[in-house]
Design a protein around this ligand. Structure first.
Ligand code: NDP
Ligand code: 8X3
Length: 254
């Protein structure tokens, strides 16, 4: 029987690459995001290309009621969930603490922290009843090291780091693995969102070096997800070659 992965933030970037990777490896998929048109397209593409089953759920992870309503209403045949990938997240702005926008901070904390908690709480009953289930949380290098003007984005990912550690301790008795993935720069729509549609700023983030791609992260997540049942990668820090730390990115002189 095919296994099932539940992916939040599957409409773009890392989440979409993971949906493609796991579909290719014959997993059935529960895909979520706010953009219904993209979910519909992805469902069509993946069912046609890989002959897997796809269920899409359109909700905002910040909306506690919507999260619980959608997950509690999962049809019986979708309740055996092997992997939860808590990937939905964003940065908004890259401004100094004193001038940064308070609403941006709230949106980051509500999405990256509260959203992850709501989704996990809602899905836990299904993970508990599935043997060898696995929670994979998307952290960031920004949660390991603070950088200038990263303030609340860094704080939100630092919270994901701490939450992952505590989940691991509290859930080990149910045989649930918890892995936190901490990537450096990955070329996705992340910077376009962070810089609020400024394409030049977004493109400059990935210029003059080869950044990670969504597929690089998807391959790493697939590796973590397919190790023997007794082996758990707890924490995975991953950067491209040129990124030696959150604050040191080597760009050769042209
Ligand atoms: P993208 O912007 O390409 O994708 C973000 C995804 O999150 C989209 O599918 C988006 O879907 C979803 N999302 C955002 N907000 C919400 C919300 N409120 N409710 C539901 N879904 C939401 O960026 P990435 O793929 O790069 O980001 C994925 C994760 O990886 C994030 O947690 C990010 O912090 C993390 N990360 C990214 C790195 C990078 O350099 N790109 C490095 C380290 C970590 P939709 O808009 O349809 O709702
Ligand atoms: C995204 C990577 O370095 O922009 O989490 O914070 S970084």
């Amino acid at each position: 029987m095919n296994k099932t992965i539940f992916i939040t933030g599957a409409t773009s970037g890392i989440g979409k690459a993971c949906a493609e990777k796991f579909a290719k490896e014959n997993y059935n998929l529960i895909l979520t995001g706010r953009r219904k048109d993209r979910l519909d397209l992805l469902e069509k593409e993946l069912t046609q290309t890989y002959s897997v089953k796809v269920l899409t759920l359109c909700f905002d992870v910040q909306d506690k009621e919507a999260v619980f309503e959608n997950i509690n209403a999962l049809p019986a045949e979708w309740q055996q969930i092997n992997i939860l990938l808590n990937n939905a997240g964003l940065a908004l702005g890259k401004d100094p603490f004193d001038t940064a926008n308070l609403e941006d901070w709230e949106t980051m904390l509500n999405t990256n922290v509260h959203g992850l908690l709501y989704v996990t709480k809602a899905i836990l009953p299904f993970l508990k009843q599935t043997k060898n289930s696995h929670i994979i949380n998307m952290g960031s290098i920004a949660g390991k090291e603070v950088y200038e003007n990263g303030n609340i984005y860094c704080a939100s990912k630092s919270a994901v780091d701490a939450i992952s550690k505590s989940m691991r301790i509290d859930l080990v008795k149910y045989g649930i693995k918890v892995t936190a993935i901490h990537p450096g720069a990955v070329e996705t729509e992340f910077s376009l969102v962070r810089f609020k549609g400024d394409e030049n700023k977004a493109a400059a983030t990935y210029q003059d070096y080869i950044p990670l791609s969504g597929n690089d992260i998807a391959d790493s997540i697939y590796f973590c997800a397919t190790l023997p049942a007794h082996v758990c990668i707890n924490d995975l820090n991953i950067t491209c070659l040129n990124q030696a730390s959150a604050v040191y990115l080597y760009k050769p002189q042209k």
